[in-house]
Design a protein around this ligand. Structure first.
Ligand SMILES: C[S@@+](CC[C@H](N)C(=O)[O-])C[C@H]1O[C@@H](n2cnc3c(N)ncnc32)[C@H](O)[C@@H]1O
Length: 276
């Protein structure tokens, strides 16, 4: 993509794997409760139900897998970060979980009736390859769904956090360059990529979510313990920068306090395709 530094695939993948393992417990406590707000919509989109073979790619700590198990699907989850998989296994002992790479799925072709990938696609070094792999292991007639955050203009939580770091901190700390964060939050791009991979009847829906906090002061600590990249960027700021960023987040969050609780709106794009 123009203006983006080239992605060093292996360095980026190793960073993602190591950092997500490191924050797995925090992610489970602080973020999975947000991402799981759309789990039923994702499972509806792939018609997950009794006896269906479902693969949860980048399953994280297993909330979506658990929701699919409640629908009596036969669930396999896969994630690159070992600690994520450890927690997923505890959450969901009846499902089968594997440590593995979305870009090299260790399954035979045509094995699954449905494949879901919730907020994983934006973390893959080569998303086209990951999509092609899901296409391969999906049965003809099967459905594939992924989600991604919508861009900041439609997603108030993102500018609050990213904007505060951009304005009061330093985003240029050295980390392996990543693919564009909001690429799959754009309808046209999602349609193009899924159609090129061979999927048909591609449909896209924007779904609202909300981040709930007790107080504005809780926002930044929660981000620090639970995110791979943003937490690393915040950890690499000077004390003064961190202080200023935190103050900006607190001030920005105050306008979302209502009746003693703090709810910041966000949204994701759900993209679904059929394998002919
Ligand atoms: C934001 S989390 C989403 C977790 C979960 N699906 C959810 O919605 O809460 C992204 C996940 O992608 C995983 N991941 C990143 N790159 C991966 C890859 N190449 N293959 C498999 N999983 C990967 C990370 O380890 C992490 O668990």
């Amino acid at each position: 993509m123009t203006g983006q530094p080239p992605i060093a695939h292996e360095a980026f993948k190793q960073f993602e794997r190591d950092k997500f393992s490191l924050v797995a417990q925090g992610y489970d406590q602080a973020i999975a409760q947000v991402t799981s707000q759309v789990d039923q919509a994702i499972l509806d989109a792939v018609e997950a139900g009794y006896g269906k073979q479902l693969l949860d790619v980048a399953c994280g700590t297993g909330w979506l897998s658990a929701a699919a198990m409640s629908r009596q699907a036969i669930v396999t989850g896969l994630d690159y970060a070992e600690k994520m998989v450890v927690i997923a296994r505890l959450r969901c002992p009846e499902a089968e979980f594997q440590i593995g790479d979305a870009e090299n799925l260790p399954f035979e072709s045509g094995r699954f009736d449905a494949i879901v990938c919730s907020l994983g696609i934006l973390h893959f070094a080569d998303p086209e390859r990951a999509i092609a792999q899901s296409f391969r292991v999906l049965k003809p007639g099967g459905r594939y769904a992924f989600t991604c955050w919508t861009p900041p203009a439609r997603n108030p939580f993102m500018p609050l956090i990213l904007g505060s770091v951009q304005t009061y901190g330093n985003m240029e700390v050295y980390l392996p360059p990543r693919p564009p964060l909001f690429r799959f939050g754009e309808t046209a791009e999602c349609k193009k990529v899924l159609s090129s991979a061979g999927f048909t009847s591609v449909s896209i829906t924007e779904l609202p979510m909300k981040w709930t906090f007790s107080t504005p002061q809780d926002v930044m600590p929660r981000i620090v313990i639970s995110t791979a990249r943003l937490g690393s960027i915040l950890a690499m700021q000077t004390e003064e920068q961190r202080h200023n960023v935190e103050n900006a987040i607190i001030e920005g969050a105050k306008k979302y306090v209502m009746d003693g609780s703090l709810e910041i709106p966000a949204s994701i794009l759900l993209t679904v395709g059929h394998k002919p």
